[in-house]
Design a protein around this ligand. Structure first.
Ligand SMILES: C[S@@+](CC[C@H](N)C(=O)[O-])C[C@H]1O[C@@H](n2cnc3c(N)ncnc32)[C@H](O)[C@@H]1O
Length: 500
């Protein structure tokens, strides 16, 4: 049976917020109480170390961790001491707790969350960690790995109107509230929208909350920034699988993401950006770039897509069965696993890609660019800036001829280094690689011309000047050296390794 949803009461929420701050139930406060080991274990959804640390602590923050993050029963007196202003009656009136024996048990998960200079709290359904049971079909997610991935990859600039499609408990919308005059959020799930309303009120922000499927509630409207961590999980549709609202929007294969990508164009204002996560099927013998590229073709939008992970069908089944709280050895796990393998086999799907899609409507009339990159390794932290810089660089390059690129004085970015690979005993490198310290952390092997240019890219020479000199030194045709090198220079500029 589902628990009651949290109630929005502005007066009680103000008291609750004051109590949470006073108890230091904040990201740094929780980190201090748990310490690095228990904190890291809890982030991996292993609660035992956190249970040990908080069991003997008299810190009010420890009581709140037990109550709201670990789902443990907490003595009434400890809750009263930790939340003296709102009090037990107040948290009960907000429908955040229920009595169980001598203690109180939380009816939802409530965690502090912080990013940049902001500190928030996010209420959501209790996780498997707290309930010890698989998730229910209408489960409302808290802050997961995908949520933070999208949040860190979203460019943050001041905008007028922002939209969060599939807002869930409103994690992305909290971020949007920092930079947007107006935030619209949508979700199909009434339960999710109740949490979103509660979280907006708890954090003192205002959203225009609309119920409906994907982009339906914003028909005819445009936005400057759209974000979506959509229900992108590819789920067999033969009825053999429990469905979860948080990850399954009811379409076959990767159609949910394809339709969303195709639908976003009409909702982006000139200069507007859409940032979303997605899965895509990779059929045997095909290239993921062709599939995802077809979703954006003819849209008039710029597209920058970074594939971050590729899983085979078995890995995919393991990931998503585990995510919904199912464990190997149960009949349900086995049936889900088999259904996934059969579903992928029926479409000859060899693997599934996961990545981040950025769409941009050019502010003026020009040919859009489409760039699909495979970057699987670790990346920098502030990826939103990388995306913004990457869009701006590509937009600039779209307006530059090869001659323009050759006659600009580029400078190697401060995080760029060159690796010279030497055969022992030789002073001439056999290979040269340019390495990016931040952002996508690209490693780009360089040909002779690009290696020579990068070696002197301090703003004193244009590529043309450097390449003509190199061609004369190695006794090759300058035109050939130049034409062989221009694509690399464009690639390095697009990705922020060369700047001006
Ligand atoms: C993966 S969760 C994302 C939650 C949150 N935005 C985040 O970043 O963590 C996907 C959300 O999409 C919602 N959803 C599912 N089907 C939908 C649909 N057809 N239209 C709109 N939202 C839908 C789910 O209820 C869920 O809240």
């Amino acid at each position: 049976m589902r628990t009651q949803l949290p109630v929005v009461d502005a007066d009680l929420l103000a008291l609750l917020r004051a109590d949470l701050v006073a108890a230091r139930y904040t990201v740094p406060g929780v980190a201090e109480v748990l310490g690095p080991m228990a904190g890291a274990a809890l982030a991996r959804e292993h609660p035992l170390a956190a249970e040990q640390v908080t069991a003997t602590s008299t810190d009010p923050c420890a009581a709140l961790i037990r109550l709201f993050a670990l789902g443990a029963p907490v003595d009434l007196r400890d809750v009263q001491a930790a939340l003296p202003s709102v009090g037990i009656d107040g948290v009960a009136a907000l429908c955040l707790v229920r009595q169980e024996g001598d203690g109180l048990v939380a009816t939802c998960d409530l965690r502090p969350y912080a990013a940049d200079d902001s500190a928030w709290w996010v209420a959501s359904d209790r996780s498997e960690l707290a309930t010890g049971a698989p998730l229910t079909p209408d489960h409302v997610l808290g802050i997961g790995g995908a949520s933070t991935t999208l949040a860190t990859w979203t460019p943050r600039t001041r905008v007028r109107r922002a939209l969060d499609v599939g807002t869930g408990s409103g994690v992305q919308a909290l971020h949007l509230s920092q930079d947007a005059d107006e935030v619209v959020v949508t979700d199909l799930s009434e339960r999710a929208l109740a949490y979103a309303a509660f979280n907006a009120a708890l954090n003192g922000v205002t959203w225009d909350i609309r119920r409906g499927s994907m982009l339906e509630p914003v028909r005819g409207e445009t936005f400057d920034l759209i974000v979506s961590n959509p229900p992108f999980v590819i789920t067999p549709r033969d009825g053999s699988m429990p469905l979860f609202e948080y990850r399954d929007a009811g379409a076959a294969g990767d159609a949910v993401v394809a339709d969303l990508v195709r639908g976003l164009g009409e909702h982006l204002a000139p200069g507007g950006v859409a940032q979303l996560l997605g899965n895509w099927e990779i059929r045997r013998g095909t290239d993921w770039r062709d599939r995802v590229g077809a979703w954006v073709a003819d849209s008039g939008l710029d597209a920058l897509v970074v594939q971050r992970e590729v899983q085979d069908p078995a890995q995919y089944a393991e990931t998503w069965a585990h995510d919904s709280g199912h464990r190997p050895g149960t009949a349900e796990y086995q049936s889900m696993y088999n259904a996934w393998l059969a579903d992928f086999a029926s479409r000859d799907v060899e693997s599934v890609g996961f990545g981040i899609i950025t769409l941009h409507r050019p502010a003026e009339d020009r040919e859009p660019f489409v760039d699909l990159m495979d970057v699987r390794g670790p990346v920098g932290e502030a990826m939103g800036t990388t995306v913004a810089v990457g869009l701006a660089a590509r937009e600039r390059l779209a307006g530059m001829s090869d001659d323009d690129v050759l006659d600009e004085t580029w400078v190697a970015a401060p995080d760029v280094t060159l690796e010279h690979h030497l055969v022992p005993g030789s002073s001439e490198p056999r290979a040269v690689t340019v390495v990016q310290g931040g952002g996508l952390r690209l490693r780009v092997p360089l040909g002779t011309g690009a290696a020579a240019y990068l070696g002197v890219a301090d703003g004193s020479l244009t590529p043309r000047q450097a390449l003509v000199a190199v061609a004369s030194l190695i006794e090759e045709d300058p035109a050939e050296v130049i034409s062989a090198t221009v694509p690399t220079i464009r690639y390095l500029v697009a990705n922020g390794l060369l700047v001006s």
